[in-house]
Ligand binder design. Structure first.
Ligand SMILES: [Zn+2]
Ligand SMILES: [Zn+2]
Length: 496
């Protein structure tokens, strides 16, 4: 169970933006071949996840990653339209290499870049700090040269110093270039002195500046090759994630890959490397102020495609006219004992319109001069001083607290995938609790009240209080993060 859920979630998160974009066209079934690169120069562990995400975000590609290409057979490749190569390492062996050749020859697509242009595939070995041919010379993988349409003599392997330079179209009429006016900027090593084989058709190029240790000529930056009935494209760009974090470079890669797979190009001339948010992402307002907190708190909301959030640092900034139209959930991590009339009115309307509330840790002190809030919405109150016959609550920092789902609550959506918690956090004791709360998690810690996660009594809003949230270690705890995420989605009525 603990294995399956996060994976399923990850899959859903990956697919959500893709499905949103281009449901009409059948996706290009893509296999990224990776798992080895010539470290420390090139690091596939960094570049492959970025390339995968960007390809998936276009909605045009359905991507799988193979980190051990040696052993792939024709049967493995049967269902794919495209292989996308981010690899420089040992040969793949006769069966796999023959399967790749036949894959392209039979009419499928191949895209490769940068590090794929030299190495063992070309019969080279790395000796005395450089690539060279062994004695006696081996021919390497003869078809690989032909598929990529290139040969790079070891003595010519090199590039300008890394710099920012414009890439222009050598063939503006090629489908990869059409609708992509003017070219784009690259931030890369400018590879030079690559020999193109007959049949390699140059689509993009860049001037190699002698002042940057270049050749003083235009060097090809993208070329395409027909191999049998198939298509291949190679670009010397793509040194690292920063080189790839260029909207034009990513767009050219994706368009070249689309062209290799289909012979057509539909993708835009710019691809944003920033992770996309899904169209129906939950809109969250995070409210702080009045109490310190670790900066790790922010990471609780980051990096989820289905959560977009804004931050307010005061009640005036947070609780404004019409907030019920702007937010699906409000996360409170502030601490203000009083709340002015105007802000009360806006927050009340928000709650009465069904907006979700997630209150974290010291936010249990919030608005304690406003009985409606703690009696009817949150269902709990921390007394900073004795009041109304209730003595003061108290706290103790740096306590190891164990919490379990309350009886019958283990299957509540807010606790999905959470399990028992062991947290180094802050104990709170002697609080007031409404008899109408639904306790989701509880602790037997002698310095803490029994309920630690509960649903408030509000009849209109879903309000969840999570007592934990004092320490950075709590914020980083995977199960706590899951708990907060679940609470947000459930409060926003996106998790049932
Ligand atoms: Zn490089
Ligand atoms: Zn605290």
């Amino acid at each position: 169970m603990s294995q399956r859920l996060p994976r399923l979630l990850l899959l859903l998160l990956c697919l959500a933006p893709a499905f949103a974009a281009r449901a009409a066209q059948a996706p290009i079934k893509t296999l990224i071949l990776t798992g080895s690169s010539d470290l420390p120069y090139h690091d596939w562990r960094q570049t492959t996840p970025l390339l995968r995400r960007v390809l998936e975000q276009t909605g045009r590609f359905e991507v799988r990653v193979e980190e051990e290409p040696a052993g792939i057979t024709a049967a493995t490749l049967e269902d794919y339209d495209l292989v996308f190569v981010n690899y420089n390492g040992p040969r793949w062996g006769p069966e796999t290499e023959a399967a790749i050749e036949e894959f392209v020859r039979s009419g499928k697509g191949l895209f490769a870049f940068h590090l794929a242009a030299y190495g063992t595939f070309f019969g080279m070995e790395f000796r005395e700090g450089k690539w060279q041919y062994p004695e006696p010379r081996s021919s390497g993988w003869a078809a690989w040269r032909k598929i990529l349409g290139l040969d790079w003599k070891p003595e010519n392997i090199g590039h300008s110093v890394r710099h920012v330079f414009p890439v222009e179209w050598a063939d503006p009429d090629h489908p990869i270039a059409q609708g992509f006016p003017g070219g784009f900027l690259a931030n890369d090593e400018l590879y030079h002195r690559i020999d193109l084989l007959p049949g390699a058709h140059v689509v993009a190029q860049a001037y190699s500046d002698p002042a940057r240790r270049g050749t003083g000529k235009k060097e090809p930056m993208l070329w395409v090759v027909r191999y049998g009935a198939g298509r291949a494209a190679y670009s010397p760009l793509g040194h690292d994630v920063s080189a790839l974090w260029q909207p034009g470079v990513l767009a050219m890669f994706a368009r070249a890959a689309e062209w290799a797979a289909t012979g057509r190009v539909t993708l835009p001339a710019r691809l944003d490397p920033v992770p996309a948010k899904s169209a129906n992402a939950v809109r969250v307002l995070v409210v702080t102020g009045g109490h310190a907190y670790p900066v790790e708190f922010y990471t609780l909301f980051d990096s989820y495609p289905d959560i977009v959030w804004k931050h307010a640092v005061s009640p005036e900034q947070a609780f404004r006219e019409g907030m019920e139209k702007r937010w699906d959930a409000v996360v409170l991590h502030d601490m203000h004992e009083t709340l002015a009339e105007a802000q009360r009115a806006h927050l009340k309307r928000y709650v009465e319109s069904g907006g979700g509330v997630v209150s974290i840790h010291h936010a249990i002190v919030d608005y304690t001069d406003w009985p409606w809030w703690y009696e009817q919405v949150i269902g709990g109150k921390y007394f900073t001083k004795p009041a109304g016959g209730h003595e003061a609550s108290h706290y103790k920092e740096g306590v190891e607290i164990v919490a379990y789902p309350a009886k019958g609550m283990a299957r509540h959506p807010v606790l999905r995938g959470v399990g028992p918690l062991v947290l180094h956090d802050e104990a709170y004791q002697n609080m007031w609790h409404s008899p109408d709360i639904q306790v989701l998690m509880e602790t037997g810690h002698p310095l803490n009240d029994r309920p630690v996660v509960y649903v408030g009594p509000s009849k209109t809003a879903r309000a969840v209080y999570i007592q934990f949230g004092h320490s950075a270690s709590t914020m980083r705890h995977p199960a706590y993060r899951r708990l907060v995420r679940n609470a947000i989605l459930w409060a926003a009525r996106k998790l049932e």
